[in-house]
Design a protein around this ligand. Structure first.
Ligand code: SF4
Ligand code: SF4
Ligand code: SF4
Length: 272
């Protein structure tokens, strides 16, 4: 057991406070023996990923804070020479700013792109877990400034409930990330159904979505809109029916790259 970051994406408003605070903390100070100064530009030890799903007017945006995962089995540590990267007892992975000089391979080894190369100092650099603040009994700056409580830090045992059901980035790499995420939205499929003859939206149209042996059902709302949310990526088949109208059929909707807004779909009256 050791320290972990727990990030609830549903609580992240995308205010960027954490990203700015990390820069402020580390660009104007060197915190030896944990870190040399971070350059003013080019490095984001904590970066906010902005994910835009769908297309106008059905667009959803969510934000994912990403930082060094302080991995259980860090790829960066494996290539470091002379103990230039080490794992502390509390689990934080630290790049020694003296020993790591000239070791560009440390930056190249991280599969998450969490390590930056400082050309001027000839030094690989990344999140230190704000080890200098922890030494004073404080919390990391990014955690301190997060007004929604989206990003938290502490003992793994304290966050057992959060971690159960949480996900980590690229688990297939087997590095054992210690930054846990919850509530990352899945894809959506949405659209609007209308009657082109009367030029009105169609309410309560029955929408039936399938993917393999899985099915989802919903109805269009007051505005003729339907939404299937939080879907796994992949290909779907959709049928839409409404009394007195010809049915609609979408044999293949692919959400691999993005959520899909099918836009305004006309449904013709039977016999017209
Ligand atoms: S400070 Fe909190 S709410 Fe703002 S971007 Fe960072 S994690 Fe999200
Ligand atoms: S995320 Fe990258 S830099 Fe951080 S501990 Fe893991 S391998 Fe090392
Ligand atoms: S723990 Fe400190 S160094 Fe790491 S991302 Fe947060 S503010 Fe930056």
């Amino acid at each position: 057991m050791g320290k972990v970051f727990c990030i609830d994406v549903a609580k992240c408003s995308g205010c960027y406070n954490c990203q700015f605070a990390c820069k402020e903390e580390h660009c104007t100070n060197e915190w030896l023996p944990f870190a040399a100064k971070q350059p003013m530009t080019g490095q984001f030890w904590l970066g906010i990923e902005e994910h835009v799903e769908g297309s106008k007017p059905k667009v959803k945006i969510h934000y994912i804070p990403v930082l060094c995962n302080h991995c259980e089995d860090p790829a960066c540590m494996k290539v470091a020479k002379d103990g230039a990267v080490y794992k502390r007892e509390d689990g934080l992975v630290i790049i020694d700013p003296e020993k790591a000089k000239g070791q560009k391979e440390i930056a190249q080894a991280c599969p998450y792109g969490a390590v930056y190369w400082n050309e001027e100092l000839s030094l690989p650099q990344k999140c230190t877990g704000c080890a200098h603040l922890l030494a004073e009994g404080k919390v990391p700056r990014c955690v301190d400034v997060c007004h929604t409580g989206a990003i938290r830090f502490g003992e793994e045992s304290e966050f057992a409930d959060f971690i159960e059901g949480a996900i980590v980035r690229m688990p297939e790499l087997g590095t054992g990330p210690k930054v846990y995420y919850r509530n990352i939205p899945g894809r959506f499929i949405a659209g609007t159904i209308y009657d082109p003859e009367e030029e009105v939206v169609i309410r309560n149209a029955r929408c039936h979505l399938t993917k393999g042996d899985k099915t989802w059902d919903t109805e269009t709302d007051l505005f003729g809109d339907f939404w299937f949310r939080d879907l796994p990526r992949g290909k779907y088949e959709l049928t839409i029916e409404a009394d007195g109208f010809e049915g609609l059929h979408f044999p293949e909707i692919d959400t691999e790259k993005n959520s899909i807004n099918l836009g305004d779909q006309p449904m013709n009256r039977r016999g017209s």
